[in-house]
Write a protein of this length. Structure first.
Length: 261
């Protein structure tokens, strides 16, 4: 592709991305029935959004992962070239779609700070959001200039989770407190939305999480994004029954929102 830069995959593994990806798939296998409607809703929204594009030469999917919720075949038929972008691509997924000549898997950190965070901690034994924001490697302009060249851009069920393993890593190192973690999360989410070109992008993401104990009593209910998504025109919303309580005693569900930018 020549447009994205390749970052050291070893860093992703050291920060837990490979293990997290495997655990996600195991979760899916145990919750197939509960996830089925969410996956169907996501695919439908992507396809319907793609149909509205003024051109169908290139499409890019950010956060493709296992491609469980990505309509790969439909996108492959609708666009001349389709790029799937994620930190790590499961070998099974790459092998499954290797016969699709117009499909390409690109390894890239769409937050642009995973390796930066890892190197910062290991080099300076310190971390702050200011260190990131002042970095020459961190600029929405880089990705905005790149993504505007595509006819269709999809952010698929990734926005609310972009900060998870970065925060886990920093908390394990005891280098971030609650206030700073919220600042970093807001920083990452704002960056991600800021790089999506208007008029040709769509976003599907959990916006709220609820958890319930073994007795079915609600334990907590909190937003997952740091901006208001209540009044987005033309948006769709549904519930993703993420965890039924089969693996743990806690049941978890997400409110998912999908909208065009």
């Amino acid at each position: 592709m020549g447009l994205f830069t390749l970052t050291d995959k070893r860093i992703y593994r050291r920060m837990g991305y490979e293990l997290d990806q495997k655990e996600y798939y195991l979760r899916y296998l145990s919750e197939i029935q509960n996830w089925s409607q969410h996956i169907l809703n996501t695919k439908h929204f992507i396809v319907n959004s793609a149909k509205k594009c003024s051109a169908h030469h290139t499409a890019v999917v950010l956060g493709s992962g296992w491609c469980l919720d990505v309509p790969v075949m439909e996108l492959s038929r609708m666009f001349d070239k389709v790029y799937f972008v994620d930190l790590l691509h499961p070998p099974k997924v790459v092998a499954k779609f290797k016969e699709f000549e117009n499909v390409k898997f690109v390894t890239e950190d769409i937050t642009k700070i995973v390796a930066e965070t890892y190197n910062c901690v290991n080099r300076y034994k310190n971390f702050s959001v200011d260190m990131l924001s002042s970095s020459t490697n961190y600029s929405t302009a880089d990705y905005s200039d790149l993504l505007v060249n595509f006819d269709f851009v999809v952010s698929v069920n990734t926005l609310a989770f972009l900060d998870d393993l970065i925060l886990d890593f920093l908390m394990q190192k005891e280098l971030i407190d609650e206030l700073s973690s919220k600042t970093l999360s807001r920083f990452i989410q704002t960056y991600h939305l800021g790089m999506l070109p208007k008029g040709k992008s769509c976003v599907i993401t959990p916006v709220k999480i609820k958890t319930f104990n073994a007795e079915g009593l609600e334990m907590f209910d909190r937003p997952m994004l740091f901006f208001d998504v209540e009044e987005i025109a033309g948006s769709k919303e549904w519930v993703w029954n993420y965890s039924s309580g089969l693996i743990s005693t806690v049941r978890r569900e997400y409110t998912v929102k999908a909208w065009s930018i």
